[in-house]
Design a protein around this ligand. Structure first.
Ligand SMILES: *Cc1c(COP(=O)(O)O)cnc(C)c1O
Length: 821
């Protein structure tokens, strides 16, 4: 297969400028992920907020010579030996190229869509089907308009089966993805409310998703779901259907029984007249449903029921995430046990490089053999070595026969071991200090043993933070703004409890204009950790001015007293033109200049050059409530006048901003030059009190379960009175962790295996008890205090407070664990 630049130009119908021979192996859409410049073709994609054309000069500098562009932004003469392929839409060109690539392969391709479970079904299918096939599949959850073409591009002459996910968030998107995936086998996992913003009904969404399957040979779905069944029959496909059903024994795959016990679930089924069974090591309903989809696909691909049963028994939970954890000896661990192919290695190394811009820390990679690629070891590890070198890894610890055989290819500090136990016995792991360690191994190498040794263990209670959800929320609000409106993201109070550094880093990666924190020390900590964005300090203490100058932090100024002190301090430091942000009080009556102060403020600011107003702003008191709309409009008007008066005193542009999250949503006309996004970033819509994409999950683990007779009580002061014989579980979380004591005595509940478990008796300082009498659970099972299925707003309603308070109450001692899909 040749990917010459001529051929690509003709496939995408581009006008070619520059006539240099080139061969393309890599497609790049995010300039930060560049790795092999010579063989890379960069697609300059334009999104609502960003424009890939801005990065062409930088990429050229770094060695990229091939570009697909929508417009020629500079003279091609200034880029000697580059090829520019000019097209109407680089995104369409990327999709077109991928679909032409796909057409070359006559192999079966599984296309998976649905609201939940796509990635798990994809990975489980991989576990079940890969022993006898070479499979190309979407890395992680690359399922978007950009992710799908990048995934399909990875198909090569070795591929015997493709498995790709398709995710959509708007009508019409599936039409673009269908020709790229061209599935022969379609799987619809389910239809739920996720990403519902842009669909008028669930039925519309279902019909849109089904578009993917128009030319499939077979479609797999849950025949018990009436919505899906009726949409499938309405679609009038000619494909064969494998609808599985637990109710209707006329369906091709009839599920006779589902039997759960302590350690797993046994499922009996009938297919083509045969009665068979299998068992999975999970008991939750989502896993059971996912396994049924996999069963149907595997049966269709004629895997024997015996092989299916054998492999189902060993299905592994999918860690769909790159986890960042605190390690021993000051190390930061990045754990990616997701899978171990070349594409996911590339993504994980990219993630490591971006998380560790401070060059002080050594970057160490612990990597196992990469299995089942169909490629020769020699070529594969030559590529791995190139990748490792170009991503700035300082040391590699390789585990496995194959990677050890290619040890000489790595020209950095290195150690190789034939097995995981050999590595552990070597004692080398205890020498890792203050490093960033990426741990990436195929399942059979059991790298969880390595993680166990390196991880700093504290407490079974953790706050998990989903960085993808944060980004989704950011984009949700960005889409409500005019393209030129700037954004401040509020990361005060440790980013509403989520932990400021990782959040700030993620926001910086997405190029937000400003970050804002409450006090100077928070800002200084972000700078020390390597955050370079502009940072506003909302409550600048007079004692912390020096910190602000040292770390280029920009204070809010709300009074003449503060202004005088600041000018004095800046002059002492010899500083000039320090940016400040002027706050005006338009009705909150908390902090701020009176609008009538503007003339005096202008006069004072003009008489000095130590500080300069960068922005002027005010804060709305009731933007989330209709009953205050008249007052809000009054605030906006007052602000607009005061800001105009201030601006008239200066020749440089002073940015104006007044909207918080609810303001962005409800007052699109009051965006001015900038907005300040807070609670919405963390997934809460303050107007409806509904959740957008949930970001934080507080979870813990059942420590112990007691059978307690009806006449006994639970906890302090004998408050936990029982009215039946009960099973009571103890959780290692109490009010000192931020679990509000008023949730005790049955007022609140947590979730265990998806079911409500009320708090029994008083919540203690470090422990609490819950009633699990009616819940199928065991010691070691997880309990969700709040998260996806138990929104934080449910807790704030019970406690008669606001979600802000719940989020910011999770105490420091609860470990934060970040992940991204
Ligand atoms: C906290 C804060 C915000 C953000 O408010 P949300 O309701 O969380 O969006 C905006 N502006 C100021 C001045 C703030 O203190």
């Amino acid at each position: 297969m040749s990917n010459s630049i001529e051929e690509i130009a003709s496939v995408i119908g581009a006008k070619r400028i520059g006539n240099h021979p080139a061969h393309i192996d890599w497609i790049l859409t995010d300039s930060r992920s560049l790795c092999f410049p010579e063989e890379t073709l960069f697609f300059a994609l334009k999104t609502k907020r960003n424009d890939g054309h801005k990065y062409i000069a930088d990429l050229y500098e770094r060695g990229v010579r091939n570009f697909v562009v929508g417009t020629l932004t500079t003279e091609p003469e200034s880029y000697p030996d580059a090829n520019f392929l000019v097209v109407g839409s680089p995104l369409k060109a990327l999709q077109r190229l991928a679909s032409r690539h796909r057409e070359q392969f006559q192999v079966p391709v599984v296309g998976i869509t649905g609201s939940n479970g796509k990635t798990i079904v994809k990975e489980w299918l991989y576990q079940i089907l890969s022993p006898e096939r070479i499979i190309t599949r979407s890395p992680r959850s690359y399922n978007s308009q950009i992710g799908v073409p990048l995934s399909v591009w990875m198909m090569n002459e070795h591929t015997e089966l493709g498995i790709f996910e398709a995710g959509i968030s708007e009508m019409g998107e599936m039409e673009a993805l269908k020709p790229i995936i061209q599935p022969t086998i379609g799987v619809l996992t389910n239809i739920g409310g996720a990403h519902q913003e842009n669909f008028t009904s669930l039925q519309d969404k279902c019909m849109e998703k089904l578009q993917l399957f128009k030319d499939c040979d077979v479609i797999v779905y849950n025949g018990d779901n009436e919505l899906i069944s009726s949409c499938v029959s309405k679609s009038l496909f000619t494909a064969r259907e494998i609808a599985w059903s637990t109710k209707d024994n006329e369906r091709p795959l009839f599920i006779e029984s589902i039997q759960k016990d302590d350690t797993g679930t046994t499922i009996k089924y009938r297919y083509l007249g045969f009665f068979k069974e299998y068992r999975i090591p999970f008991i939750d309903d989502a896993s059971i449903e996912n396994s049924l989809h996999c069963l149907a696909v595997a049966l269709y691909l004629m895997v024997s029921p015996e092989d299916i049963a054998e492999r189902m028994l060993h299905l592994e939970p999918i860690a769909m995430r790159l986890e960042v954890k605190e390690g021993k000896n000051g190390c930061i661990l990045i754990n990616d046990s997701y899978n171990s192919d070349f594409a996911s290695l590339d993504i994980a190394l990219d993630f490591m490089a971006r998380r560790t811009e401070d060059k002080e820390r050594k970057r160490t990679l612990i990597l196992s053999d990469i299995l089942e690629t169909g490629q020769s070891g020699k070529l594969l590890y030559r590529q791995v070595a190139e990748l490792v070198h170009s991503r700035g890894v300082n040391r590699i610890i390789g585990v496995g026969e194959e990677i050890s055989a290619s040890a000489s290819r790595f020209e950095i500090e290195k150690n190789f071991f034939r097995s995981t136990s050999e590595l552990i016995e070597s004692g080398i792991l205890s020498t890792l200090k203050n490093e960033v360690v990426l741990i990436k191994g195929a399942r059979m190498f059991h790298f969880d043993q390595i993680t166990d040794l390196l991880e700093l263990k504290v407490h079974e209670t953790i706050l998990e933070i989903n960085l993808n959800a944060l980004t989704d929320n950011l984009n949700f609000y960005r889409n409500k703004l005019k393209p030129e409106t700037k954004m401040v993201c509020m990361v005060k109070a440790s980013a509403y409890g989520a932990g400021s550094f990782e959040i700030a880093k993620t926001l910086e990666d997405h190029r937000v204009d400003y970050l804002a924190v409450a006090v100077a020390d928070e800002g200084a900590d972000l700078r020390k950790a390597g955050i370079g964005s502009s940072i506003i300090i909302m409550n600048p203490e007079v004692t912390a001015f020096k910190t602000m100058f040292d770390y280029r932090l920009e204070p809010e100024v709300y009074s003449f007293h503060l202004l005088e002190e600041l000018i004095k301090a800046a002059e002492r430091e010899g500083a000039t033109n320090c940016p400040i942000h002027i706050k005006i009080d338009t009705g909150m009556h908390r902090l701020g200049f009176d609008p009538a102060d503007m003339p005096r403020l202008i006069e004072r600011l003009k008489r000095q050059s130590a500080v300069i107003p960068r922005s002027v702003f005010s804060h709305l008191v009731g933007s989330d409530a209709e009953r205050f709309d008249a007052f809000t409009r009054h605030q906006i008007e007052t602000f607009e006048q005061a800001a105009a008066e201030l601006q008239a005193g200066f020749s440089h542009k002073i940015l104006r901003h007044i909207c918080n999250t609810a303001g962005i949503q409800r007052y699109p006309g009051a965006q001015f030059d900038m907005v300040r996004l807070g609670i919405g970033l963390y997934g809460i819509d303050p107007f409806t009190n509904q959740m957008l994409h949930n970001v934080t999950t507080l979870k813990t683990t059942i420590l112990q379960i007691h059978d307690v007779p009806a006449d006994e009580t639970v906890g302090y002061s004998r408050k936990g009175v029982l009215n039946r014989n009960s099973r009571i579980a103890a959780l290692p979380i109490g009010y000192a962790d931020g679990l509000n004591r008023h949730l005790g005595n049955g007022k609140g509940y947590c979730l265990v295996n998806g079911q409500k478990a009320p708090y029994v008796g008083n919540i203690c300082m470090d422990v609490c008890m819950i009633d699990v009498t009616d819940i199928d659970c065991k010691e070691g099972d997880k309990a969700i205090i709040f998260g996806d299925e138990l929104p934080v707003t449910v807790l704030s309603d019970i406690l008669d407070t606001i979600p802000y308070e719940i989020l910011t109450s999770v105490s420091e001692r609860v470990k934060r664990v970040y992940y991204q899909d």
